[in-house]
Design a protein around this ligand. Structure first.
Ligand code: ADP
Length: 470
């Protein structure tokens, strides 16, 4: 199997090779064709200039400025043109082959060599172009210009076209090198974070939930991928912590009461204690407390973590509070604690899980009753707000010490364990409240002054946020 890095690098190089080759070939072909046309035109132009120059050397019938004609002819020969000048009667005035046949042949074979060095299969040959030489008034003679045809490259032309090709080759090599370097760098930047993700997920799968993908990348999808993996690790770690803490807490909570019941029962079996109703009753109460705790734990395990499913309906929180307060009235009266509910004139609608919110109100009211001595007062206020509904529960009870405030929503936390155990509290009620409120994306806060009372404030948003609704 081929690695992503290799595949990306190779594809970059392949794309670069194809593009560069195509561009070079096209450039080479077009430029060369253009250059050939230019050379042909230039040859034609030179021929005409030479003929015009020669015509100007005519002075009278049979009389030419022969030295200048010769100079022009020699100059043309040096440029690869073999000139023959005749007068109007057809008599040869000057002939390059006669003047220096050796040089003519040398020139022709030089041009032939130039052409075949560029085009190995070049099929050229000696070409003659005929022109009539005219001055302003008449035809004064004719000029034959012979050269290596159909066209030829001089040494400068050849040097030009070869340099051009070398430049194209240089550009090709440079582009390939750049493509290789950029390709490898790009491939690295894509494959490195993926490799990190693979390594990290492997370690997470082995149970090392503290592992995170640290790699930073500016590629959006890879950034999202590493974010998603880290999020996954976060929630796995949280779940694992929750699981470990739960088992530790449960073991710790159950150990003492079970040991107590066990030792009491053993003492009775061994006849050390008489199994009188009061001892049996105390064992029975302890067992009741234990089974309440197990029930609460069961509820909490359902509410905490990810598997809390809310059965949302639209209802008036004020109306729910009225029903619950009615149920509690008797208990409050028995303990001589005043209970008042204020719901205001307008309804307080929420889209929430009715059963679970009633559990919140019940737990908070039960605590208020439990921790408010006789003669005290408990007040519940339901107030609709712009984005949801607020529920405030104020009591004039024993209050909570500042040091305990941050912890009371923790599972099994009791501000005063010894007293609480006697009162039957297991320290789970507020953890359940918090789990339910969190699931509704609401908030629950507490303010308290020891000896003066506590105020719990719950806020439930009117409608769930879109991600919660999914
Ligand atoms: P419990 O079953 O012990 O009541 P909770 O989770 O409901 O467990 O409460 C945790 C602790 O918070 C209680 O043990 C108590 O110390 C404190 N607490 C809760 N509500 C009140 C209140 N209204 N007044 C005083 N203390 C309170």
């Amino acid at each position: 199997m081929i690695s992503l890095r290799w595949k990306l690098s190779l594809s970059y190089v392949l794309v670069a090779i194809s593009v560069v080759c195509l561009v070079s070939l096209a450039a080479n072909f077009l430029l060369e064709r253009q250059f050939r046309d230019y050379v042909k035109e230039r040859q034609e132009e030179r021929n005409r200039q030479t003929v015009a120059l020669l015509a100007r050397q005519y002075q009278a019938p049979g009389v030419w400025k022969e030295t200048t004609v010769q100079a022009i002819g020699i100059n043309a020969l040096e440029q690869g043109m073999i000139v023959k000048v005749r007068d109007a009667g057809g008599e040869v005035i000057w002939d390059a082959t006669r003047h220096n046949n050796g040089l003519c042949q040398q020139m022709l074979s030089h041009m032939a060599r130039n052409m075949s060095s560029r085009y190995p299969n070049w099929n050229g040959g000696y070409t003659v172009a005929r022109y009539s030489a005219k001055n302003q008034f008449q035809t004064v003679g004719s000029v034959e210009i012979g050269y290596y045809g159909p066209f030829f490259y001089t040494d400068t032309d050849l040097a030009f076209i070869n340099t051009l090709n070398r430049i194209l080759l240089g550009v090709t090599v440079c582009t390939l090198l750049v493509a290789l370097v950029v390709g490898v760098a790009m491939a690295r930047s894509v494959s490195a974070p993926i490799s990190r993700v693979i390594e990290t997920t492997g370690r997470i799968a082995e149970g090392r939930y503290e592992q995170r993908v640290e790699h930073r990348t500016d590629i959006k999808e890879l950034h999202q991928l590493t974010g998603a993996i880290n999020g996954l690790a976060d929630s796995l770690q949280k779940q694992e912590l929750l699981r470990k803490r739960l088992s530790a807490d449960v073991a710790h909570e159950l150990r003492t009461p079970l040991a107590t019941v066990q030792s009491h029962l053993e003492a009775m079996i061994d006849g050390i204690w008489a199994a009188d109703p009061s001892r049996l009753k105390s064992c029975h109460e302890e067992i009741l407390r234990l089974s309440r705790m197990v029930q609460d734990l069961h509820k909490l395990s359902k509410y905490e973590g990810e598997d809390l499913k809310l059965e949302r309906t639209r209802f008036d929180l004020g109306e729910l509070a009225r029903a619950i307060v009615l149920n509690f009235e008797h208990e409050f009266k028995n303990k001589s604690v005043a209970l008042e509910l204020r719901t205001g004139p307008i309804p307080a609608p929420v889209l929430a899980d009715r059963d679970k919110l009633s559990q919140v109100l019940v737990n908070l009211l039960a605590n208020a009753l439990k921790f408010t001595p006789a003669g005290g007062r408990v007040e519940m206020v339901i107030a609709p707000q712009q984005r949801g509904v607020q529920m405030v529960l104020r009591d004039t009870g024993i209050g909570i010490a500042a040091a305990d405030l941050p912890n009371i929503f923790e599972r099994f936390y009791r501000a005063d364990p010894s007293r609480n155990r006697l009162s039957g509290g297991s320290g789970i009620g507020l953890a359940i409240v918090k789990a339910i409120v969190d699931a509704h994306q609401g908030t629950v806060t507490v303010e308290s002054q020891p000896g003066r009372g506590s105020t719990f404030t719950v806020f439930i948003p009117a409608a769930p946020s879109p991600q919660d609704r999914e």
